[in-house]
Design a protein around this ligand. Structure first.
Ligand code: NAP
Length: 250
């Protein structure tokens, strides 16, 4: 018996075109899972990799700043693949500005996508998982689920909210055999952190605080995602798992 085997399972991964979502989608497929990649632009690299493993992949076109297609995403996944076992709420955006200059749009867009869509997609998935005997929901949190950060107020609010939602969903959904956990990535080199990497001073400050001595990569998230998606984590619920090279321990 392989506790980490995901053969026959179906996962939705939001934002699987690039970065962490791509890494997680590919990791789940390596463990045997079929994948629906949900995002607002096609994902040819992710698709080719997953199909190359002999797994099934479907791209689903959805703008997650809005909530109008969330139920259709769930319905079309079931129509195409027959069931849904795993939801990874990965898609997220960040806007940077000083608090005194922060705009209402930069507040609303980030909260709508990182928090409202995450909740509504989880709710729709959980209704289905309840009827199917269980499932796994994995939210992508952040170091800013624990810390304040600088110049990213709506992002910090959203990721602190993701930590809270993960816990309340775990509490309420446990009775349906649905486990809800979060991964809190540390500093991972992706589009999301491009501005930080390019800022030599900030980049050096960040690196100096990572005990592992390097920025993370999307591949670093694969193991945690497979663990939280698999039977290996059936008694893990409401946990926020930092994958941060030791950042929080510093
Ligand atoms: P990323 O490469 O920018 O990934 C974000 C993903 O979300 C992309 O696939 C993007 O699609 C998708 N997306 C953006 N706007 C969307 C929209 N309106 N509708 C649907 N999908 C949309 O950055 P990342 O670092 O991998 O971020 C992934 C998650 O990890 C986010 O939740 C982020 O907050 C979180 N995170 C990242 C770090 C880090 O250090 N990088 C640390 C902690 C947490 P397109 O590429 O097609 O725009």
């Amino acid at each position: 018996m392989n506790l980490f085997d995901l053969s026959g399972k179906v996962a939705i991964v939001t934002g699987a075109r690039t970065g962490i979502g791509q890494g997680i989608a590919e990791g789940l497929a390596e463990a045997g899972c079929d994948v629906v990649g949900a995002g607002h632009a096609p994902m040819p690299e992710t698709e080719a990799y997953i199909k190359g493993l002999g797994r099934r992949f479907m791209y689903y076109d959805i703008d997650l700043v809005k909530q109008d297609k969330i139920q259709s995403l769930i319905d079309d996944t079931v129509r195409e693949f027959g069931h849904l076992d795993i939801l990874v709420n990965n898609a997220g955006i960040i806007r940077r500005n000083d608090i005194l200059d922060f705009t209402e749009k930069d507040w609303d867009d980030v909260i709508s996508m990182n928090l409202k869509s995450l909740f509504m997609l989880s709710q729709a998935a959980a209704r289905l998982m309840k009827d199917n005997g269980g499932g796994k929901i994995i939210n992508i949190a952040s170091m800013l689920s624990f810390q304040g950060g600088i110049r990213v107020v709506s992002y910090t609010a959203s990721k602190s909210g993701v930590a809270g939602i993960t816990k309340i969903m775990a509490n309420e959904l446990a009775k349906y055999n649905i486990q809800v956990n979060a991964i809190a990535p540390g500093y991972i080199d992706t589009n999301n952190t491009e501005a930080l990497v390019k800022d030599a001073k900030r980049s050096a400050e960040i690196l100096a605080r990572i005990p592992t001595g390097r920025w993370g990569t999307p591949e670093d998230l694969k193991g945690a995602a497979v663990f939280l998606a698999s039977k290996a984590s059936d008694y893990v619920n409401g946990h926020i798992l930092a994958v941060d090279g030791g950042w929080l321990a510093r």
